[in-house]
Design a binder for this molecule. Structure first.
Ligand code: MIC
Length: 665
């Protein structure tokens, strides 16, 4: 049978289950990735699992998200993470070394490998032919402790690429085109596999851009075949042995199809406040912009920065605009320095930032109130930039550079002839000295892990009660992002290792006093619309509500990673049987879930509930594994129960490989 690439890699890594779309399978994982903003909670949870050393072939901890170091909080987190990594067998990439996604593709990703990372843009490594999936920190910690990753088999969309991009049109326009067609909910439950004659016209930097932002479709991940471009990249990265040619079998089938003729694309832009709000640049051309930000989590590769530098060479950024440039890694910074790209950008007046996520997650460079900021980043959710009244547009490096030059949003094709670009150095400066290897196992026991005063233990849910009597604490709209639950920006992100503090910012966009109200109403429920919890993987978006006493979230539909995080933390994600019941929900209403424990134990999918005294039906569509976790009150409590049950035989036995144990499994 002719398999597509996704199926091949899944089958090659399956340790249990049946390969049928929608059915859960257990995948063996080759690599894990943590970054600092998700890594502290994941590490604290890993410590509770009682494992001496990571059980996965490669685990990496990057420090890239919060390196503002406003006070002791971030640096305390960094030294905690460094010591943790050394003790437990994790590679540690120091702050300033680069953004996890770029670094992972440069130094570690491999064709045919599986990677689970506590960051939704882990998908970036699909550029090298890995199955790379974003997950919550606790899920990554479980994999680090030696468990497989349980996931419902996704459907595969085959995206056939033909032709070649025209001058000024870029790989960013390819992913924006997919977002224009399908929107931010259009990828849920799918992996996007790119194939066809146009693939060879996209280099690895281009593939990085597309795979990074596939997360914006709500997709499980995206993947390119491993071909001659991949071989070249791995050779330049001095990792030729990591290359294997990999692709779909001749005549492979896909569940759905998309076709993109690269030569027909035009420059595109996502308007505020959603990556799915895509229009041709020409439609908004002429809009005055105050800021142009290039690079960061996506579009910070050598080719991205080189084209912007060529546009700005011997020119100056517009008087009314500030431009920032963030290279993706130390290696890219070195390449742009060697080739004159750096000096062209500096000469034009761009502000050069260090290789880190930076403004992409609101870590500095917030735009002025109500101002238009044109960014090559991946998300423009309201307030993510740090300014509550921001107007953020997402676009390509060529459109951002043209805009920086003119001061108004500009279709880059208006600039005329395409400039000459410097060649990327054939041998970039590969230097792993800032990626620290862990201590040898026999020395690890003596390592003390420093814990600054801002590092607090993560909360845990209680075991599920027989009945739940809750109060609806808030009713929110469609497409709530995890940034609404645990906001971005310097102030809030410095509390990523302190759930009680970060919980004070939950839903502040709608109600700055929400945290107090929720605690008064506890135990509580949240009511949401479609795609609840879209965006990031941050499990703080589940941990903060948990701390505030939330026991259930009822929504029309959930974003994949956030739904999984709710389950892992013992919060019930429920959906409406009749979506019109959403309209009857009001803050302060009572929500009764009688005999909820029994319903979960029985495997019932339709749950009777009372909302404000009226009977409604809710859907509890869980796998057996998920029921076990929810009954136990979250994964950690479930593991402890399992360990206690095993205690006479092996008291210190860690969470070993195998399915989660629990009442339902
Ligand atoms: C993002 O782009 O939203 C982030 C910040 O990288 C998050 C991770 C986090 O919130 O720590 C993500 O994508 O998962």
């Amino acid at each position: 049978m002719a398999d597509n690439l996704v199926t091949k890699i899944f089958k090659d890594h399956m340790e249990g289950g049946t390969y049928e779309p929608g059915e859960e399978v257990s995948l063996r994982i080759d690599q894990t990735l943590l970054q600092d903003a998700t890594g502290t909670m994941a590490s604290l949870q890993f410590e509770r699992m009682g494992v001496d050393r990571v059980q996965v072939p490669l685990a990496v901890q990057y420090v890239d998200h919060n390196i503002i170091q406003l006070d002791h909080k971030n640096p305390d987190d960094h030294i905690f993470l460094q010591a943790f990594a050394s003790k437990y067998g994790v590679y540690f990439s120091k702050p300033g070394n680069g953004i996890c996604h770029y670094l992972h593709v440069e130094r570690f990703a491999k064709p045919g490998a599986t990677l689970i990372g506590a960051d939704s843009h882990t998908t970036t490594s699909g550029a090298l032919g890995s199955i790379a999936i974003g997950a919550g920190g606790l899920d990554v910690a479980l994999v680090m402790a030696g468990r497989p990753f349980d996931i419902a088999v996704p459907k595969v969309v085959g995206v056939e690429l033909t032709g070649k991009l025209q001058d000024w049109v870029t790989p960013k326009d390819v992913i924006l085109e997919l977002l224009r067609r399908r929107g931010v909910r259009g990828g849920a439950g799918y992996v996007f596999e790119f194939h066809g004659s146009g693939v060879e016209n996209l280099d690895v930097t281009a593939r990085i851009t597309i795979c990074n932002m596939i997360a914006e479709l709500g997709a499980t991940t995206g993947i390119f075949p491993s071909d001659e471009r991949t071989r070249q990249w791995l050779e330049e990265q001095q990792r030729p042995d990591d290359f294997t040619e990999l692709g779909a079998d001749e005549g492979a089938e896909y569940d759905e199809h998309e076709q993109i003729d690269l030569s027909e694309l035009e420059p595109l832009i996502a308007k505020p406040h959603s990556p799915g709000n895509v229009v041709p640049v020409s439609e908004v051309a002429g809009t005055k912009a105050s800021q142009a930000c290039l690079g960061s989590s996506v579009n910070s590769g050598f080719e991205d920065l080189a084209v912007a530098a060529a546009v700005l060479r011997n020119e100056s950024v517009s008087e009314g605009l500030v431009m920032t440039v963030t290279p993706g890694s130390r290696q890219i910074l070195d390449s742009i320095a060697q080739t004159g790209v750096y000096s062209d950008l500096v000469g034009a007046g761009a502000r050069m930032l260090e290789p880190a996520c930076g403004p992409c997650v609101g870590m500095g460079q917030a735009p002025p109130s109500d101002a238009v900021s044109v960014r090559t980043f991946n998300r423009n959710f309201p307030g993510r930039s740090g300014t509550q009244t921001d107007q953020v547009y997402l676009t390509s490096p060529t459109t951002a550079a043209a805009t920086a030059l003119k001061g108004v949003i500009t279709d880059p094709r208006e600039l005329g002839d395409y400039p000459d670009l410097p060649e990327s150095p054939a041998n970039p400066a590969v230097d792993d000295r800032q990626i620290l290897a862990p201590a040898p196992e026999d020395e690890a026991g003596g390592i003390e892990i420093p814990r600054g005063p801002n590092i607090k233990p993560p909360p845990e849910a209680p075991e599920l009660d027989d009945n739940l009597d809750l109060t609806v604490t808030i009713v929110v709209e469609d497409d709530i992002s995890t940034g609404d639950l645990a906001p971005d920006g310097v102030e809030v992100m410095s509390f990523r290792s302190n759930v009680p503090e970060i919980a004070k910012f939950t839903f502040r966009r709608f109600d700055p006093e929400y945290h107090e109200k929720a605690q008064e109403m506890a135990p509580g429920a949240i009511v949401g619309g479609e795609n609840y919890g879209q965006g990031s993987s941050r499990e703080h978006a589940a941990l903060a509500p948990l701390h505030l006493g939330i026991r259930a979230v009822i929504a029309k539909s959930f974003a994949r990673i956030h739904r999984r995080n709710l389950v892992s933390q013992g919060i019930l994600p429920l959906s409406f049987n009749d979506p019109e019941d959403y309209d009857r929900c009001e803050e302060g209403q009572e929500l009764e879930l009688p005999e909820i424990r029994k319903h979960l134990e029985n495997g019932d999918t339709e749950i009777p509930a009372k909302l404000g005294g009226e009977e409604i039906t809710l859907l509890a569509e869980y796998s057996q594994r998920e029921r076990g976790i929810l009954l136990s009150g979250g994964v950690l409590r479930q593991i402890r129960k399992g360990n206690e049950a095993d205690a006479p035989a092996s008291k210190t036995e860690p969470a070993s490989t195998g399915q989660d144990q629990g009442a339902g499994s």
